[in-house]
Design a protein. Sequence first.
Length: 337
Amino acid sequence: MNRILKTTAIAAAVMGFATAAQARDQLRIVGSSTVYPFASYVAEEFGATTDYPTPVIESTGSGGGLRLFCNGVGDDTPDITNASRRIKVSEFERCAENGVTDITEAMVGYDGIAFAQSSANDAMPVTREQLFMALAAQVPVDGELVDNPYTKWSEIDASLPDREIAVYGPPTTSGTRDAFEELVMEAASEDMDAYGGEAYTDIRADGPYIDAGENDNLIVKRLSENTDAFGIFGYSFLEENGDTLIGSSIDGVEPTPEAIGSGEYPVSRSLFFYVKNQHADDVPAMAAYANMFMSEQMIGDLGYLKGIGLIPAPEDVRAEYREQVANHKTLELSDIK
């Protein structure tokens, strides 16, 4: 009798999920603040041109989104997560441990990380080494590693302005933070003898670096209020606010779509979203939305998203990922190692 009751309870729970999921035709998406403007554009178009309601999108950061996405399979977990970096091995393994075993990866295009300030100032070219020396928790001074003593840019290099170091940047849950640590902090420190050839990515927590949360629009707003400060965020926000912000060249390369797309700009990265295929039958909007996002109309050379800052990937790369999404290709651990 107990076995029968237990079996009935399990069946009821499964049927309950299916009913709830079908009842919520509305797609649930979480993840990257950098991908958020692009995903929101697609979501609005999706709601306006299909019979499905406009998807709900939360800007939780890449790490935060993948954590929610990997919590399991079911109506209380997201269907799609956006990421401004590729899923990590540890995240993939956590997904698998929680039963999320059928994921499709979609690369939608490229973006650069902008280092920008109010356009009320003159442009300030920087190198990755200068950024590292301004923001690292410990830096080499007279051959020894010490807690970062620099409070002004001019103390790092006399060619830089005599301004307080104040940088609004993303939190540790952000893919932009991950990419900045890899492309700036790692790249600079590996060439410094003081770190013994090892990458050093610890960002200082004594004031000059200000954790500004996941909303990049708030960083943009703060730069208009504090014209001495800089901000770290996706290139699309720089392009969208080109009348009030000015970006710095990094290692002599300006943040332009051409330089980002070619990889010449040293702080360029790929943008992704991940689809939980195990929700496909119960959330029919998911596949339709993913296919719309990957369409030439959205991510192509003349696509709508290019107009709001997305840097299109080459045509063959777009075609490859479009096919993966259309065929619900399962991402394997070997693909990301």
